[in-house]
Design a protein around this ligand. Structure first.
Ligand SMILES: Cc1ncc(C[n+]2csc(CCOP(=O)(O)OP(=O)(O)O)c2C)c(N)n1
Ligand SMILES: [Mg+2]
Length: 281
């Protein structure tokens, strides 16, 4: 790596650490939360918010911003962690996570939270909404990108495949989608609930410029986002990110996989310490 790449990598590693830390702190506030998922997607969010996207923290509705649509609404805790790190939501609001009148409810609500573009509680909607945003922006000559994150469980939804087809039909080269393959959904391992492989072949057959990466390899995530933005063709861009639930906190990563990882009250501090140990290792 040349020195500018090393500096970029170090900067983003610090951002990813802070996103993981914010998510654990919010989990501790409520004694629960989808922290396994927040830990698995932190590297992708760090690269999206601190390398790829253009936005103004003090003006989240700025029309020139790149949009980030979180389709899998239960990952709201991960998005909040990134919005706090980005300075769009003040750090002190972290303490309000999940409480009455908070702008950070446990189930994400776009109208409550600055920087949140859609309410994604009903799974399978994000790609369809992203197609609308991307088509609308293109038609009015706005050069912004539309990023969307969705999950492997959402691949079970038919609307996702309709949106994939539509994005290619409309040549939405301003659309960059990331699918989080953590091989987990509510009913068990995704590969057992509804087989979706070979996923690269399927995405390519649907007309997407597709890359598959280790979503917890920061260098690979940076390269994939760069290649997605710079790809010269008219296709929409897909990043298939294989991730590890609990990544960054070894004892959570080793825990039996579950849609909702149990964290006992005394374990929040241990998780923060384990995260910190990994950072300085
Ligand atoms: C349309 C719809 N069906 C079912 C649910 C209930 N639900 C909430 S999260 C979830 C799991 C979805 O899979 P994924 O996002 O991959 O799960 P994770 O990786 O977080 O375990 C389900 C089925 C929902 N929110 N929306
Ligand atoms: Mg999943």
């Amino acid at each position: 790596m040349d020195s500018s790449l090393t500096a970029t990598h170090a900067h983003l590693a610090e951002r990813a650490y802070n996103i993981r830390r914010n998510a654990l702190l919010m989990g501790e506030v409520q004694g629960q939360g989808y922290v396994g998922q927040a830990l698995d997607i932190a590297d992708v969010l760090a690269v999206a918010y601190f390398h790829a996207m253009d936005y103004r923290p003090d003006d989240p509705d700025w029309d020139g911003r790149d949009r980030f649509l979180l389709s899998n609404g239960h990952y709201a805790i991960a998005l909040y962690a990134a919005l706090i790190e980005a300075g769009i939501v003040p750090q002190e609001e972290l303490e309000t996570y999940g409480s009455d009148d908070s702008r950070l409810p446990m189930s994400g609500m776009a109208s409550y939270t600055p920087g949140m573009e859609m309410s994604g509680g009903s799974l399978g909607q994000g790609l369809t909404i992203a197609v609308g945003h991307a088509l609308g922006l293109k038609r009015r000559g706005n050069k912004s990108f539309v990023y969307t994150l969705f999950s492997d469980g959402e691949l079970d939804e038919g609307a996702v495949w309709e949106a994939l087809m539509s994005a290619a039909h409309w040549q939405l080269d301003n659309m960059i989608a990331v699918v989080d393959i953590n091989n987990q959904q509510a009913d068990g391992p995704s590969s057992q609930v509804m087989a979706f492989e070979p996923l690269v072949d399927k995405m390519e057959a649907f007309g997407w410029f597709t890359q598959r990466i280790d979503g917890n390899d920061l260098a690979a995530v940076i390269r994939a986002f760069d290649a997605a933005r710079e790809h010269p063709g008219p296709q929409p861009r897909m990043i298939i990110a294989d991730t590890r639930m609990g990544c960054g906190v070894p004892f959570l990563e080793a825990r039996e996989k579950n849609h909702f990882i149990r964290v006992d009250p005394h374990e929040w501090q241990l998780a923060l310490e384990a995260l910190d140990a990994g950072r300085t290792a």
